[in-house]
Design a protein around this ligand. Structure first.
Ligand code: MG
Length: 203
């Protein structure tokens, strides 16, 4: 499986990192080794001094497809959760400054934390979802999927031109404003429509 991630997909977050708004989805990948399964802790990596959380809606692909048309994209997923796109912000800044790829800042072991998947339904519509991240019981990110620049169907249509989607692939759909650093001992909890789906301790 692969993990496809979208950067700068919420205007308020692009602004907080002083990035321009994209005209096409910004895509990067994480390998399978980046996956951090539900309830597992992340161990603060030694190579960074500025590990950041980015809470994101995560979509699980459940049908193989390439060149998927946007109007059929909703046939390719049925479950979602929240995840954390852990980012070594200091390394990312260095890499960006040098014009180098991001992988060592974004795709390291444990950098793709996921919560428990829940099925989409008439009452859980992916384009109309509230989500929150709490850091040690305080809400630090509060997003709504309607604020995505590119919604999930547009992302699937765009990404599948380049990469065949396979059953089990995950798509991290981008983070709203409010990203910030964690330290050892912190507790992150993600809520989708008020229900807790994600729990990650920093060790
Ligand atoms: Mg992100």
């Amino acid at each position: 499986m692969k993990i496809i991630c979208i950067g700068r997909n919420y205007a308020d977050h692009a602004k907080e990192l002083k990035n321009d708004l994209p005209t096409e989805p910004v895509i990067f990948m994480k390998p399978k080794s980046a996956l951090l399964l539900p309830e597992k802790p992340i161990y603060y990596p030694e190579f960074t001094k500025d590990l950041h959380f980015e809470c994101e809606v995560v979509v699980k692909i459940d049908k193989n497809g390439t060149h998927v048309q946007e109007k059929f994209a909703n046939k390719y997923y049925s479950e979602i959760t929240l995840g954390i796109d852990f980012t070594a912000r200091d390394i990312q800044r260095e890499q960006q400054k040098k014009g180098l790829p991001w992988e060592i800042a974004k795709a390291f072991n444990g950098s793709a934390a996921v919560g428990n998947f829940v099925p989409l339904s008439d009452t859980l519509n992916i384009d109309d979802l509230d989500f929150q991240l709490k850091l040690n019981d305080s809400v630090v990110q509060d997003g709504h999927t309607r604020d995505m620049i590119f919604n999930i169907d547009k992302i699937i249509a765009y990404a599948s031109q380049f990469f065949t989607l396979n059953i089990g692939d995950l798509i991290f759909t981008g983070t709203p404003a409010g990203v910030g650093p964690v330290k050892i001992g912190d507790k992150l909890e993600g809520y989708l429509q008020g229900n807790k789906v994600l729990d990650v301790d920093v060790k």
